[in-house]
Design a protein around this ligand. Structure first.
Ligand code: ADP
Length: 499
């Protein structure tokens, strides 16, 4: 609890007290309605700058600007020109890591050290990886078996105007996962950022313009989901929506896409199993299992929140994870030693607190954490300590529903045949973890888990080269890796009858 001793780093000049505007067609403009709303620092409750409240009218303007850019000069950019531009953006983002990380930290409460890692690593490197992909787009040459001299080939073309809709849990990274593949593929983008944390994407958009991105290629709308988000999802001139967020909103977006049969990429919720066998290396598995669920205050779709532990080590392992949890420094995100910051908003705080109460009411025991922290300076922020529930049954609310907070439900298991069906008994299928020193167990369990990612003896490993995306109600389509760009491309078959 280190709020008092924090040395406060400099605030970005971007936070200058002026209301932040929308980016439409290369210009910073107020919302058509003239409305704005304020965004808060969840560590202190302090109001940060106001942002424009975009709505359907602003979405219309942004989509028109994106269409104009797609039909205009951007459509004629060669892949190598897109690559050069993206590498310039990456360099400028790298030069501004301090700003980007601070905005992420102030706006959503991410510990600054983690925000700096995310900006320097995943954000910048995803732009660089996607820049490489821009010059690697290619189709196939095909030889149909029809009589005569017939040849066919495929063209990979940008899908058109894309709507990106992102949540608040990693503002710079979420924006990157929509902007970078869209630019690499030659699409244009209208990005609707989350109302809880709008600032970083606006700063990143400034950087994109500074790097020379032509007007209208990237448009950024701040505003609420039910208004601006819904208008973008339903817009008849948007060719594709790439959405990251809750399964419930994902379902609404599927409905909204029906109007013009939009293509979709959906990265939704999770309740991922993390399975620890008796023979696991506990020196790795204890911190690994803890941070799989506590990192970013558990506000991560891929969090390993169902911790299955084999009976032979259950007591020892849960005891050690509880000790690890209690030792994590919770507090001011700007303090370099802070490991766990606040949760993003009062609404999330109340939601998570409801789950903590439900866990106890259903008979689970909190070996660590269990209730909101209100000591000293923490009282003004939204702090939930890392919480480990033991004595959890598979049918309890805390074992079934996505909490999106730093909460682990520990569940004992007997063997592979006991744990695999239980791990798979969820509507979600985003990610999973397996901890064992037996390669046969690792391989068998990895194949049987119904999830888009399996980590063996690790968790949360991400790299721009490796695809990520869910099974079942965690969504469809992949982000990251070569698949990421593929999602923004359409395939055209060209037939050549050459006789
Ligand atoms: P979370 O619970 O993580 O906030 P949401 O799915 O509610 O997840 O929000 C993710 C993003 O989707 C945010 O940008 C939000 O504004 C937007 N959103 C919410 N509701 C809708 C909707 N009905 N249509 C389109 N976008 C929406």
């Amino acid at each position: 609890m280190n709020m008092q001793h924090a040395i406060q780093p400099a605030r970005p000049a971007f936070l200058d007290g002026t209301a932040k505007k929308l980016l439409i067609g290369g210009k910073w403009v107020e919302a058509v309605s003239g409305k704005s709303f304020t965004t808060r620092n969840p560590a202190t409750g302090e109001v940060l700058d106001a942002v424009a409240e975009g709505d359907a009218a602003d979405i219309d303007l942004a989509v028109a600007a994106a269409r104009k850019a797609f039909d205009g000069p951007w459509g004629r950019f060669k892949p190598a020109e897109r690559q050069r531009l993206m590498l310039r953006i990456a360099d400028l983002l790298e030069a501004n890591i301090a700003d980007i990380a601070m905005l992420d930290s102030l706006d959503m409460g991410m510990p600054l050290a983690f925000a700096q890692y995310m900006a320097a690593g995943p954000v910048v490197e995803t732009f660089r990886f996607c820049a490489g992909q821009a010059v690697a787009i290619h189709g196939e040459t095909l030889y149909p078996s029809l009589p005569g001299d017939v040849l066919a080939y495929t063209l990979k073309e940008p899908i058109g105007v894309v709507g990106g809709i992102v949540p608040w849990n990693g503002p710079s990274f979420n924006a990157t996962w929509k902007i970078a593949p869209a630019l690499a593929a030659g699409c244009t983008l209208v990005l609707k950022v989350a109302e809880q944390a709008s600032l970083t994407a606006l700063r990143m958009a400034e950087i994109c313009l500074e790097a020379g991105l032509p007007e209208g290629v990237l448009n950024v709308i701040t505003g609420y989901g039910e208004t601006a988000g819904a208008a973008l999802a339903a817009h008849m001139d948007v060719d594709k929506v790439s959405f990251t967020g809750s399964t419930e909103t994902g379902r609404a977006i599927i409905h909204a896409s029906a109007g013009n049969i939009k293509k979709l990429t959906l990265e939704l919720g999770g309740k991922s199993p993390n399975i620890v066998f008796n023979d696991a290396n506990l020196e790795l598995a204890v911190p690994g299992a803890a941070m799989a669920a506590f990192g970013n205050s558990g506000q991560v779709c891929l969090a390993g929140t169902r911790l299955f532990v084999q009976r032979g080590i259950y007591e020892e392992f849960t005891g050690r994870v509880a000790e690890f949890a209690k030792a994590l420094v919770v507090g001011d995100p700007l303090n370099p030693s802070t490991m766990i910051g606040p949760v993003v908003s009062e609404e999330q705080l109340n939601r998570i607190s409801g789950y903590l109460a439900a866990g106890t009411a259903e008979g689970a025991e909190a070996l660590a954490g269990g209730a909101r922290l209100t000591d000293g300076a923490l009282a003004n922020g939204y702090f939930i300590p890392p919480t480990l529930f033991s004595g959890v049954r598979d049918d309890m609310k805390i074992a079934r529903e996505e909490i999106f907070g730093p909460v682990i439900s520990a569940l004992p298991f007997d063997d592979v045949d006991d744990v695999v069906p239980r791990a798979n008994a969820t509507e979600f299928g985003l990610a999973s973890g397996v901890w064992t020193n037996d390669i046969n167990t690792a391989s068998r369990v990895s194949r049987r888990l119904r999830a888009g990612t399996v980590w063996v003896n690790g968790y949360s490993l991400m790299d721009p080269a490796v695809p990520f995306g869910g099974y079942k109600m965690s969504g469809y389509g992949k982000e990251s890796g070569a698949h990421h760009i593929e999602e923004y491309l359409a395939t055209k078959a060209v037939w050549m009858n050459t006789q």
